[in-house]
Design a protein around this ligand. Structure first.
Ligand code: ADP
Ligand code: MG
Length: 321
């Protein structure tokens, strides 16, 4: 199959269509209109087979994840997603894989009213780069640098599930049903917290999505904001499935250090704290307070029931070059 047939069959048709896209797939560029009172938020993420996803991962999951990690970055900024482009590199033509990949991509973009507006298709090692763009009203972006001493630290959802799911898939640990399916699914099909991200615009100060691990990503906020933090390990939101599967001690470690949960971690001032529940009410997303920002630059105090808690050796994932 030739490049253009492939694009026509799997990507140009069947996806979500937006009114603000004047020219979509098929020309040299996509052309979109922009609302006057909006800023553009732009983010790019690459997924490489064997690095960011297991080589035998279902194609639907690979597509889901490639889109989700980008929408998660938009959410972490408070932006509402609008368009994505996809650069796809594949070693050979595999129609079964591609059909499943396209289905996963269209499924998620449909759900979030996002249009695939262009891309590139090449032969090479299995990898994909997605660029996502979204809107945010001027001045309401949730920057990493906006945390202040005294802010309360919150996380959405539960932590550590995706990390446990990955270990299960890699055969590093055994797991029973139904916990196995719940944890593996959280690794394969992460939920970007899109509605929570936009809902937090007026309430949160700093925000980040948890892709590398809670401590690592909290570290990014603290560094950018010149602050420290106290985190209560016993308050970390842990799913019932993870407790059942791993027990409390291992669950804490996963919640602190394992990546790929794509929950939002954000800080809220004392004054705004009362508005948080109302802000999130329409989103069906639960947020849990896990600690507080301090003025002690770069210092993270971990507590377990108010006693010092020994920090894990490895705090998060980083690529080695
Ligand atoms: P050009 O030669 O101008 O780079 P291409 O031949 O790469 O254009 O692509 C033709 C059209 O198909 C363009 O509109 C491009 O954006 C789109 N396209 C190519 N690959 C993909 C893909 N994987 N997903 C979505 N759109 C794609
Ligand atoms: Mg090209």
């Amino acid at each position: 199959m030739k490049e253009f047939d492939l694009i026509g069959r799997y990507f140009a048709n069947g996806g979500y269509q937006r009114k603000d896209v004047l020219v979509g797939i098929g020309d040299d560029c996509a052309i979109t209109t922009l609302a006057e009172n909006q800023q553009l938020a732009i983010t790019t993420d690459t997924l490489v087979a064997g690095v960011h996803f297991l080589r035998d991962a279902p194609a639907r999951s690979v597509a889901h994840k490639a889109v989700a990690v980008n929408l998660s970055d938009l959410a972490a900024m408070g932006a509402e997603p609008a368009w994505i482009s996809l650069s796809l590199s594949m070693p050979q033509m595999d129609e079964v894989w591609l059909a499943e990949f396209a289905e996963g991509l269209h499924e998620l973009t449909q759900y979030y009213s996002v249009q695939l507006i262009g891309g590139d298709t090449v032969t090479g090692p299995l990898a994909m780069t997605i660029t996502a763009q979204g809107f945010i009203p001027p001045g309401s972006e949730l920057k990493r640098s906006a945390a202040r001493p005294g802010d309360w630290i919150y996380v959405t959802g539960t932590l550590g599930d995706a990390g446990a799911g990955l270990a299960i898939l890699k055969g590093e640990v055994e797991a029973q049903s139904p916990e196995r399916d719940i944890l593996v699914n959280r690794h394969l099909y992460p939920t970007p917290r899109v509605a929570a991200g936009t809902a937090l615009r007026r309430t949160a100060n700093a925000c980040i999505d948890i892709s590398d691990g809670m401590l690592a990503d909290l570290g990014h906020i603290l560094k950018a904001s010149g602050c420290g933090a106290t985190v209560h390990v016993d308050r970390l939101p842990i799913s019932r499935a993870l407790y059942q599967h791993a027990g409390a001690k291992q669950a804490y470690e996963l919640a602190l250090t394992s990546g790929d949960d794509y929950e939002l971690l954000f800080t809220v001032s004392e004054e705004q704290r009362g508005n948080l529940e109302t802000s999130l009410a329409s989103t069906n997303v639960k947020a849990t307070c896990i600690g507080q920002v301090t003025g002690q630059t770069g210092k993270v105090d971990l507590k377990l029931y108010d006693e010092p808690y020994q920090p894990p050796e490895k705090t998060g994932y980083q690529h080695e070059f």
